[in-house]
Design a protein around this ligand. Structure first.
Ligand code: GSH
Length: 219
């Protein structure tokens, strides 16, 4: 059964791969699972048919037979459990990799998202200029902690895992702010993730989709 994921019909990032379907595509590529992509317009996101799949009216979703999932962490975890290669076999190492998945979405992503909100949704507010440096400092502080933990290692816990896939995906969203590049070991970590052939395929696929050059699954 070929799974189907949803993606923005027109991604607001202009094909830079920052929309969250990219991390699911990356996981699918890492485990060698073919997939289809169904585009969803901004309007359709909030309509009953999509809300039945995703209660918050967002992308991506994941459908595989009768299984319907949302939340990228859960989708990547599902793929990592069903296929080899994204989670270590050793139980403790596996638990640590899962810990990094949670850390990515629960601890590192929130301050990064706050900056996106501050810039794009609150940028015209009279207090926006004063707030921005505070938000940036919160990212700086969180990324510095992560940078200290990573040190000179290639990946967060020995071999590449779903924890790294999620963390690199989250960190990519901080790159436009310039803060990622203030921390050379973290910037190199993200570059290592991007250099993986599976990431390259995922990035190329989302770009082709954005340009209308990739086949789309039927609505
Ligand atoms: N926590 C969710 C976040 C999903 C999310 O924010 N998706 C964005 C695209 S990257 C979206 O659909 N935004 C449109 C909206 O919220 O209306 C996940 O990781 O899947």
């Amino acid at each position: 059964m070929t799974p189907t994921i949803t993606a923005f019909e027109q991604s607001p990032d202009g094909g830079k791969g920052l929309a969250r379907d990219t991390r699911v595509r990356w996981a699918l590529e890492e485990v060698g699972q073919a997939y289809q992509v169904r585009p969803v317009s901004f309007r359709a996101l909030k309509e009953p048919a999509h809300l039945a799949l995703h209660p918050f009216g967002q992308i991506p979703t994941y459908q595989e037979g009768e299984l319907e999932l949302f939340e990228t962490g859960a989708i990547v975890f599902h793929l990592a459990e069903r296929h080899g290669g994204l989670l270590p076999l050793d139980a403790n190492a596996r638990a640590r990799a899962i810990t990094w998945m949670f850390a990515a979405v629960n601890t590192v992503e929130p301050p990064i998202l706050e900056l996106v909100t501050s810039k794009f949704l609150e940028g015209d507010k009279p207090w926006a200029k004063e707030r921005l440096p505070l938000v940036e400092d919160r990212i700086r502080s969180r990324l510095s902690q992560l940078s200290a933990r990573l040190g000179a290692a290639d990946w967060l816990d020995a071999a590449f895992s779903a924890g790294d896939l999620m963390m690199v995906s989250v960190l990519l969203r901080s790159r436009p702010s310039g803060i990622l590049d203030e921390l050379p070991n973290l910037a190199a970590y993200v570059a290592r993730g991007e250099a993986r052939p599976a990431y390259q395929r995922a990035f190329a696929a989302q770009l082709a989709f954005f340009k209308g050059e990739a086949p789309a699954a039927a609505p």
